[in-house]
Design a protein. Structure first.
Ligand code: ADP
Ligand code: MG
Length: 399
């Protein structure tokens, strides 16, 4: 789960991390009051969307102006103008894709006088099974280009979970960022604060870009991005409360209500599969035969009829879906339960695209009999290869 920059900064502030004063607003009418309360003389008006690259982003609508999604304002009036321009309009950045994201919230923040922009992030490093810091002196809006062109400027170090964060990690970070004297001391404290926040809140990623040195010699986090581990959210209800559903795919929200593992993709073949490994294999074989999956969907080992019905409805509601492949291995899940779920769903929502069903395992004969007796126009398949070819041919034939 991701949260907005202003929320991330509030979380980090609890751990003592230095962030600027700011106010989140939802309506342009609130911009002037927020700006006056902060006091100025310089403000930064920041679009809040779950995507980076906002500074260099562009709005789709001309009335939103052409200064990007993060703007420096020198008066209360300018803050207000920017707020009117940005709120409600669609910001396109390198991370949003061409469709962009509509801006529903702004963060108005004290402007900092920046001497240098640095980069610090923490992530779960699966290759070392440790939490790693990734840092660079080349922070700011071009970090991806730095990683690509001059990877030696990106420095990584891991924290041994047996010791946790130690003063030497702070010194390593300071050295990597070229910080000395009092700034190195600040870096030591910051290293500990960021790590503690990361572990306490079960984050999978924490990115500060830029971490700046201000002209008066202070370290400050000017941007913050946090992703939380989904499987740990149950122990952080206060973080779950920060979830912004407008940032998420409607189909994924619906799927999460039924505890389905669902990820929307761009292809044409809707997939309903049990088991993540089988789901991945199903997506691979669809690609092998020349089509693209419309989603990843794992209905889980012990899916109920209700869950199967919900999953089927989510797939058919996607206008990009031109064919559906159901690939179920009945282990804990019984093929007859699956068949009943599918038929219940088809009766409720109808079926306008070809449907290929491949069943195997517990009660497979009962399952096939239920589908055959239903009178539905279902193409049955014997194995995965056969199923993939049949659905790909059906979709191609319909074009
Ligand atoms: P994004 O990474 O989405 O482009 P940032 O929050 O990093 O958005 O802002 C982009 C740039 O704007 C930063 O690299 C920094 O130079 C400048 N900036 C952001 N916040 C402030 C601030 N409070 N004061 C001064 N400059 C800022
Ligand atoms: Mg940034």
């Amino acid at each position: 789960m991701n949260i907005h920059e202003y929320q991330a900064k509030a979380v980090l502030k609890e751990f003592g991390v230095p962030v600027s004063h700011g106010k989140a607003i939802f309506k342009p009418e609130d911009a002037a009051a927020a700006a006056k309360e902060l006091g100025g003389p310089i403000w930064v008006v920041k679009s809040q969307i779950h995507a980076g690259g906002r500074g260099k982003g562009t709005f789709k609508e001309p009335e939103a102006g052409d200064k990007g999604g993060v703007r420096l304002a020198k008066s209360v009036e300018e803050v207000e103008t920017f707020a009117r321009q940005m709120l409600g309009n669609t910001l396109v950045t390198v991370q949003t894709g061409p469709a962009g994201k509509q801006v529903h919230r702004l963060y108005i923040e004290d402007g900092s006088e920046i001497a240098t922009e640095l980069y610090v992030s923490i992530l779960v490093d699966r290759s070392t099974s440790r939490i790693s810091f990734v840092v660079s002196t080349e922070g700011g809006m071009d970090i991806e280009a730095v990683a690509h062109a001059t990877p030696e400027k990106i420095i990584t170090f891991a924290v041994d979970p047996a010791t946790g964060i130690m003063p030497h990690h702070g010194r390593t970070l300071a050295r990597a960022l070229g910080l000395t004297g009092d700034l190195a001391k600040q870096a030591g404290t910051l290293t500990e604060q960021l790590y503690t926040a990361f572990v306490t809140k079960d984050m999978t990623m924490l990115e500060i870009n830029p971490l700046v040195v201000t002209k008066d010699g202070k370290l400050r986090c000017l941007d913050a991005k946090i992703a939380f581990e989904g499987n740990s959210l149950y122990r952080h209800p206060d973080m779950v409360a920060l979830r912004d559903l407008t940032e998420e795919d409607d189909k994924e929200i619906e799927a999460s209500k039924y505890d389905l593992s669902y990820v929307a993709l761009d292809g044409t073949i809707g997939c309903m599969v049990n088991g993540a490994g089988l789901a991945m294999a199903t997506m691979d074989i669809i690609k092998l035969y020349g089509e693209e999956p419309a989603n990843f969907l794992d209905v889980g080992g012990g899916a109920s009829k209700e869950k199967v019905t919900a999953a089927f409805k989510i797939i058919t509601a996607d206008p990009n879906v031109k064919g559906i492949l159901i690939n179920i291995f009945g282990g804990i899940m019984k093929c007859d339960v699956l068949a009943e779920g599918v038929i219940a769903a088809v009766k409720e929502v109808g079926l306008n695209v070809p449907l290929v069903v491949r069943l195997e395992g517990t009660n497979v004969d009962k399952g096939k009999a239920i589908i055959n007796a239903s009178g539905l126009n279902v193409i049955s398949a014997d194995d995965l290869d056969d199923a993939a070819q049949k659905i790909v041919n059906a979709v191609k034939g319909a074009r």
